[in-house]
Design a protein around this ligand. Structure first.
Ligand code: NDP
Length: 332
């Protein structure tokens, strides 16, 4: 059986172009003992994959040009030589960017039966959801009554973060780009602020208007002007959870730091980066807490869906142009 997969042909600087990605084919070997073959039904594309295209190790191994890319995917088992998996099982795993995956059963996970669509395990109940929950609770230590600011607030991570913060009794402000994203945030009870066309000072002024008392928590997904504007609006003892810095992922060289780091000092604030994988032992707790609230509609989520394997590179590139509301996915 053949597997069709994407690879990169080089290590890009700046914003990658569509030509970076090549579709290749490979004949799969016979299934070995302990292996599982899966027909992928949904692929995830995520901003962190840009860092893996640099050719350098960061907190994770880089992609290798010419070799299959990988990433989260869900699919259906079509053959198994691992007694834990049967044909027809719905599973998640890390061999995305391809239509058929073959891998050790050790790296495959049966989807929990929570009554949600299977692709939810790539978004609101998968790695992005777990990231939202971890950053808000374990890093920013959000408490009832906190004023909370979230950047990239209508994305996969941001849109769950704002809802968890609201449910925990926070007053929440969300930064996003397009008008329909701002409207969605407003419908969730979040005060929306657009960053488009604004420098850090203008954004800081708008954040002040949205929440004159300042923020106890800043959930950082973007960096750049958003970080500088947030630093200008901190409350005493604020906590900043640095989840992502997407504004710099396609930068051509070193990016300037915020000019107002002194605000951390003045407000006795704490800023801490985290990688969700370091907290994965808490995933069952997250699922127990958040899963039923997604299943019963208390927590809402959106998906932006591109169709077919060929669309995977475009889906990925759109993340950097604000082309997604909620989780960006590819349906095969
Ligand atoms: P999103 O679904 O939020 O998609 C990216 C969004 O970021 C876009 O839709 C766009 O929304 C916004 N954006 C892109 N470029 C810029 C920019 N230059 N300035 C402002 N906003 C921008 O992605 P995720 O929810 O998957 O990820 C969010 C962040 O979390 C990323 O930085 C990611 O790297 C990070 N992350 C970190 C993890 C960790 O373990 N620390 C794990 C998972 C994600 P808009 O229209 O509003 O511009």
């Amino acid at each position: 059986m053949e597997s069709n997969y994407f690879t990169i042909i080089d290590y890009p600087t700046g914003m990658p172009s569509r030509d970076l990605f090549a579709l290749r084919h490979r004949e799969l070997p016979e299934l070995a003992d302990g292996e599982v073959r899966i027909r992928n039904t949904w692929l995830s594309v995520d901003p962190y994959m840009r860092g893996r295209m640099s050719g350098q190790r960061t907190y994770i191994d880089p992609f290798v040009a010419g070799e299959p890319l990988d990433g989260a995917a869900v699919g259906e088992v079509i053959a198994s030589r691992d007694a834990r998996f049967q044909e027809g099982d719905k599973v998640s795993h890390g061999a995305g960017w391809r239509d058929v995956a073959q891998l050790s059963g050790e790296a495959v996970h049966k989807l929990p039966d929570l009554g949600v669509p299977e692709q939810a395990y790539l978004g609101v109940l998968g790695m992005p959801g777990m990231t939202a929950w971890t950053g808000l609770n374990r890093i920013a230590d959000m408490r009832e009554g906190d004023n909370v600011l979230v950047s990239a607030a209508s994305g996969a991570v941001g849109s769950l973060t704002v809802q968890l913060a609201k449910a925990k009794g926070g007053r929440v402000v969300g930064i996003a780009g397009a008008p329909q994203k701002l409207e969605w945030l407003e419908s969730l009870g979040v005060t929306p602020v657009s960053y488009r066309g604004k420098d850090a000072r203008e954004l800081a002024a708008d954040l002040h208007k949205a929440c004159p008392d300042g923020f106890d928590v800043y959930y950082e997904n973007v960096g750049g002007a958003c970080l500088e504007a947030a630093l200008d609006n901190l409350r005493l003892g604020a906590r900043i959870a640095v989840c992502g810095l997407i504004d710099s992922y396609n930068a051509q060289g070193p990016t300037p730091g915020p000019s107002n780091l002194s605000k951390l000092l003045f407000h006795r604030a704490r800023m801490e980066g985290f990688i969700v994988m370091d907290h994965w032992d808490h995933y069952p707790r997250f699922l127990e807490e958040v899963g039923p609230r997604v299943a019963n509609g208390e927590i809402s989520y959106k998906e932006t869906v591109e169709e077919g394997l060929d669309a995977t590179p475009d889906a990925f590139l759109k993340l950097f142009e604000g082309g997604n509301t909620g989780k960006m996915l590819v349906r095969l």
